[in-house]
Design a protein around this ligand. Structure first.
Ligand code: SF4
Length: 222
């Protein structure tokens, strides 16, 4: 897209600080059902689900955890079986060797350092083996204490299209969003973008004519 066109488009929609409130409001009205698609009943199940969701779909994870969580309840249960058995039990989520190793390492640390509980602070969560910042952000947000903004492929694409960031690196995008999005919305905001990205602002062919953000978006193609 030519630079002059991008500049014109940004001028047309106005500064992002003025647009962010209406963007959140409209997305909340449009996707009232937005939320995490993973199924879990406890903090430990949440953590395991999010760890399993790397490089696969939430639907696939839910299929696996429907039986997994009947067998494994507490952190001790993941350590009571040989690693190969856990690998077989999570095989369908892909990358099963690394995931089994990470889950067992995490469960051992939960028992040794956190009394078997899932910690709530981001700096503690990222210490758990195999728990990167994105996983930690998702878990903290679901535990009701968001301390960052989750950036996945949908969040990155929509933040760029909406002119909320000029960056491509997830860490820099998160920094931009933390400055822009009011803290009370840090938990829900990624879900809103993810659901809008799946339903309307599709990667290849965004459905701008049906988009509630049309006049607020510098990338609209209508
Ligand atoms: S107007 Fe188009 S590009 Fe902008 S958010 Fe909506 S669907 Fe995406």
């Amino acid at each position: 897209m030519p630079r002059s066109f991008v500049r014109e488009a940004r001028k047309r929609v106005g500064p992002k600080r003025e647009r962010i409130g209406p963007i959140i409001e409209r997305l909340q009205a449009e996707h009232a059902d937005a939320g995490i698609a993973l199924r879990f009943r406890t903090d430990v199940e949440l953590l395991v689900s999010v760890m399993l969701s790397a490089q696969t779909t939430d639907v696939n994870v839910n299929r696996v955890t429907a039986t997994l969580f009947e067998k494994y309840h507490r952190p001790e249960d993941y350590l009571a079986v040989p690693q190969e058995e856990l690998e077989r039990d999570i095989y369908a989520t892909g990358f099963f060797r690394q995931k089994a190793k990470a889950i067992r390492g995490t469960m051992a640390m939960l028992l040794e350092e956190y009394g078997g509980q899932v910690p709530r602070r981001l700096d503690e969560l990222v210490r758990l083996p195999g728990v990167a910042r994105k996983t930690a952000n998702v878990v903290a947000a679901e535990l009701g204490e968001p301390q960052g903004v989750v950036v996945d492929t949908h969040v990155r694409r929509l933040s760029q299209r909406l002119g909320l960031t000029r960056h491509d690196d997830p860490v820099k995008i998160e920094r931009d969003l933390q400055r822009l999005v009011p803290r009370e919305h840090w938990g829900i905001f990624p879900h809103l973008l993810i659901w809008h990205g799946r339903r309307v602002c599709l990667a290849r062919a965004p459905r701008c004519a049906d988009c509630v953000l049309l006049e607020l978006c510098p990338s609209s193609r209508v």
